[in-house]
Design a protein around this ligand. Structure first.
Ligand SMILES: C[S@@+](CC[C@H](N)C(=O)[O-])C[C@H]1O[C@@H](n2cnc3c(N)ncnc32)[C@H](O)[C@@H]1O
Length: 231
């Protein structure tokens, strides 16, 4: 694949662009680049696994938060993730709101007209308590917090519940991009359950696809894509 076939000449690239790096061997960067093709300034997007905030920051740039456009919802169950993400966003001069009230209420639902960056200390399985909007894109980067407690990791049941809810919130031609790490036991379970779910999606409404490395073991990280073709 030629690099220019993926990214238009004048688009904003995520850091470490395809020109400088061998993109397809960098799974998370490749995933973000795919997601970027579906996102325009002013869009509403979900970072389902906030972690240290690198993906949240990339999404904030994609939707134009600095220009007063777009909305990013980012979720994590760990205070350490919220702290790291807050620090990164502040360093990059982004304002954000933190939501810790874990109940669905009118106050928690961000009105369609309001842009901004919203950080939630809650599981992605609960996104329907907070999101009503049509999502242009969603990113799940599974596993544990880099540099954090490796015991706290994404769990298959919560993850699948979150993907199902996200699929309902997708707008037409919106996309869910998932980076899976089947090299550990929980990651393997996540991949098996996700593939089971994806196989059953009605092809007239959704397109579901997997990008896998074929010259490594089946434990290599891979990318799953779900896009809504129509309602
Ligand atoms: C690989 S990290 C994400 C990396 C991150 N996107 C970044 O740019 O640094 C996975 C994150 O998922 C979080 N996580 C685990 N279970 C979760 C859940 N149920 N809901 C939301 N986040 C969860 C972990 O706490 C961890 O921070």
């Amino acid at each position: 694949m030629h690099e220019n076939s993926v990214v238009p000449e004048n688009s904003t690239r995520p850091e470490n662009s395809a020109r400088q790096e061998n993109l397809i061997v960098r799974t998370t960067e490749f995933a973000k680049l795919i997601l970027q093709q579906y996102i325009a300034p002013g869009d509403c997007v979900l970072d389902a696994t906030m972690g240290n905030g690198l993906d949240t920051l990339a999404l904030a740039k994609m939707v134009g938060i600095h220009q007063g456009k777009g909305r990013v919802y980012a979720f994590d169950i760990q205070q350490a993730a919220l702290d790291a993400t807050s620090e990164l966003l502040t360093k990059n001069s982004f304002d954000y709101f933190i939501v810790k009230d874990q109940h669905r209420s009118i106050e928690n639902i961000v009105p369609h007209s309001e842009g901004g960056l919203y950080l939630y200390l809650d599981s992605h399985a609960n996104i329907d308590r907070y999101l009503d909007a049509d999502l242009a894109g969603a990113l799940f980067n599974l596993g544990y917090l880099p540099g954090g407690n490796k015991v706290i990791t994404t769990e298959a049941d919560e993850f699948i519940a979150a993907v199902k809810k996200t699929a309902i919130l997708l707008k037409q031609n919106g996309i869910i991009v998932i980076v899976l790490y089947p090299g550990h036991q929980k990651g393997k379970q996540e991949k098996i359950m996700l593939l089971d779910y994806m196989k059953l999606l009605p092809p007239s409404v959704f397109h579901a696809e997997i990008i896998e490395t074929i010259n490594q073991t089946e434990d290599a990280p891979c990318i799953a894509l779900i896009t809504r073709k129509k309602f």
